[in-house]
Ligand binder design. Sequence first.
Ligand code: GUN
Length: 278
Amino acid sequence: MTTILDGKSLRDKILSELKTKLEKYDKKPTLVVILVGENPASKIYVNNKKKTAESLGINSIVINYPSDVSESELLNKIEELNTNPEVTAILVQLPLPKHINKFNIINAITPSKDVDGFTPENAGKLFIGETPYAYPCTPKGIIKLLEEYNIEISGKHAVIVGRSNIVGKPLSQMLLDKNATVTICHSHTENLSEITKTADILISAVGGKIILENMIKNNAVVIDVGIFKDENGKTRGDVDFEAVASQASYISPVPGGVGPMTIAMLMSNTVELFEKSM
Ligand code: GUN
């Protein structure tokens, strides 16, 4: 029997708890999202973030810049937001155009307002086992989803496909903290399927159809972080769901699995930073 990991229901439950929590306060958090350029996927994500924040009574401000904005203009804006006491959370939507050094931009965000947990201070704290101001949203959402379904992490072999700073690397650390044995695979990994077949928990965060039939162990837990449009315009994940689902004990769908959890965790981080700021 395969169980579908329902990220939408869990998102709704978490958002409703956050809404109730915020009703207690006279003040509201303010989340500022910086969006540079016209990346269509980024625009959709940012719009979703804004709509969700507003539904909870969070002040949500999106600042749009053209793709040729200079790095110094972005840095000046971040400095202004860092020092504005009304602003409790700052997010710079990635990817940024190539002429901008993303590290310079991320490093400029004050760690206590870094709602993504991407600054060197927060990433470093995660790495050494100290509590960061915020944990990266997608990995945090994946852990919450596993916990909601009482899926054992301790002692299990977790294989992550993808080594991004947004998902793969922080997730590896968070699973390690929960006593998983962690393997990270990537584009240069040899014999990928030999490794994925040893996973008790397999997480794919690549953005292309890569987890196919016969690449998983029987009864593995499969988490699909990938999301893209296939040649027919259908929204797809990294996992060939039809081929793999029956072999899995638990599997997250796309859409409706990890995506909604990422948004829920962004809201949860926004509320946590707000509470820490008081
Ligand atoms: N682009 C894709 N995912 C993310 C995310 O979690 N945070 C930011 N800032 N940009 C992203």
